[in-house]
Design a protein around this ligand. Structure first.
Ligand code: NAD
Length: 309
């Protein structure tokens, strides 16, 4: 398959690298020139539990340099960059191009469908972790999975084909008609832990230092899952609470990406996580005071950082 990865940072490099290694024709599209140059010069360094290797059989270019229409475009920018990134490749999208978004948060279908017909969009979530540790170098340790579904039910076959290709690359993908539950559970997890860490400066494990940390995280999870259920999504509170408790106990030194973004003075994905939850909760008449407080605090931090810059 001819695959373009739009946003080849941590996740895009991991998926692009593994897909290229499995024999797919992969183009990485990004605007980070240092990263693109490193890949062109030395190959993409991929460091996983399967070992360290350099993958050279892929193309790494800026979006404006691309001229081939992909069969599959995987969107892996941060959500706040989706609009600009898709606008930059719109001329490449043919009526046959499938577009898959595995980005975190909510509102991704709405963002992609401003550029792509709904019957070409696949949505999902992934629990694979990835870190870009330097230009051209991606690390991912542990095991993850991918759950995808087509936005329109008639496209099950297309979703199955994409899942097969991801599986050939070892990415453990299932077509899951309940993918919305998994997407919302991950939103609940991130709305709780990412924003609490971003506001406090704590690593995930440090939130466990006093009982208030886990209590606040549980309060956010309960609010987000109630919002999901009000929208008819069968998200599971107990499952999500267990994932949060597990992360608090085990991810002692992990700095979630929202904390890393705050520390680096960058804008975060808060609007597509806590922001989308609060908007949907308000429309449904549900009170989400903890999620809303964290949204306001992260917005304030971002505004201050922008003023300082
Ligand atoms: P990242 O910041 O490492 O990568 C994003 C890339 O997009 C960057 O390389 C950036 O240069 C590029 N980009 C920005 N604007 C662009 C444009 N206009 N055109 C092309 N490229 C552009 O982010 P990430 O950690 O890979 O996360 C990507 C998405 O996946 C996010 O929604 C994140 O929440 C989600 N996610 C991340 C992880 C993880 O462990 N990193 C896990 C699951 C899901």
């Amino acid at each position: 398959m001819n695959i373009a990865i739009l946003g080849a940072g941590a996740m895009g490099s991991l998926f692009g690298g593994l897909l290229a290694e499995a024999g797919q024709d992969v183009i990485l599209l990004d605007i980070n020139d240092a990263h693109l140059n490193a890949i062109r010069e030395h190959g993409l360094g991929v460091h996983t539990d399967s070992g360290d290797r350099r993958i050279r059989q892929l193309t790494a270019i800026r979006p404006e340099q691309a001229d081939k229409s992909p069969d599959l475009l995987i969107v892996f920018t941060k959500t706040l960059h989706t609009e600009a990134a898709l606008a930059g490749v719109r001329r490449l999208l043919s009526p046959e191009t499938l577009v898959l978004t595995l980005q975190n948060g909510l509102g991704n279908i709405e963002a992609v469908s401003r550029h792509v017909r709904q019957n070409r969009i696949l949505i999902g979530m992934t629990t694979w972790p990835a870190d870009l540790v330097g230009p051209g170098q991606v690390h991912s340790h542990g095991k993850g999975l991918v759950r995808i579904m087509p936005v329109e039910i008639q496209q099950q076959k297309a979703a199955a084909r994409v899942a097969e290709i991801l599986n050939l690359a070892g990415l453990r993908c299932e077509v899951d008609p309940q993918a919305w539950a998994a997407i919302w559970e991950k939103v609940a997890f991130n709305a709780a832990l990412n924003s609490l860490c971003a506001v406090t400066g704590c690593t995930v494990g440090q939130l466990n230092a006093i009982p208030d940390g886990p209590a606040l995280a549980r309060a956010v999870v309960a609010e987000v899952i109630a919002t999901a259920q009000s929208a008819g999504v069968n998200a599971d509170t107990a499952h999500c609470m267990a994932s949060v408790a597990d992360a608090l106990a085990k991810h002692k030194t992990h700095k979630p990406s929202m904390l890393q973004d705050v520390l680096a003075g960058r804008q975060t994905e808060i609007e597509s996580i806590n922001g989308e939850v609060v908007a949907r909760a308000h429309r449904a008449g549900i009170a989400v005071p903890h999620t809303e407080m964290l949204l306001g605090l992260v917005r304030l931090i971002q505004a201050r950082k922008a003023e300082d810059a």
